[in-house]
Design a protein around this ligand. Structure first.
Ligand SMILES: [Zn+2]
Ligand SMILES: [Zn+2]
Length: 157
């Protein structure tokens, strides 16, 4: 059996593991990823919720409504503030999205297969040579008035 994939928050209070190599890996430039990470984009991958196991820590969930109207919860470490994983995604039931930078060895998983929400890309960041999508790959997005009614943000999910 191959070695498990492991990761943690910056302070080490939150630790996790999973067994199966992720197929979906993406760079996301949405405003939610930019604001919540403080960086130019968020890089994450999906893991089956049944495979994802929290080994230690007590993550604090932050509920969020995506630009698509889907709901999700971003989980961060209450001690160091690291954004570690997203779960309870109404648009991707049974999946957990894990922040790539939290992996102990990010080189063990494949490179991003797509870049999404590129309309928010900061002009000096360069596109990878993979499919580029201005928003969600399927284009699902609420209108501005629907967003206002539902409190949806400008994020992926
Ligand atoms: Zn921490
Ligand atoms: Zn995003």
């Amino acid at each position: 059996m191959p070695e498990k994939f492991t990761g943690r928050c910056e302070c080490g209070a939150l630790t996790y593991e999973f067994s199966n190599a992720p197929d979906f890996v993406a760079n996301c430039y949405c405003k939610d990823c930019q604001r919540s990470s403080g960086a130019v984009m968020g890089s994450y991958f999906s893991v089956a919720a049944a495979d994802f196991r929290l080994l230690s820590g007590d993550p604090r969930p932050y509920p969020y409504v995506a630009a698509s109207g889907n709901t999700l919860e971003r989980n961060f470490c209450p001690d160091c503030g690291s954004r570690v994983f997203t779960d309870k995604l109404s648009g991707f039931p049974g999946q957990v999205f894990v922040m790539l930078g939290s992996l102990d060895d990010p080189e063990r998983i494949k490179a991003p297969i797509m870049e999404i929400f590129t309309r928010f890309r900061i002009s000096w960041t360069r596109a990878l040579d993979v499919p580029q999508f201005p928003g969600r790959p399927d284009g699902q997005e609420l209108s501005p008035s629907e967003r206002e009614q539902t409190g949806a943000g400008e994020g992926c999910g």
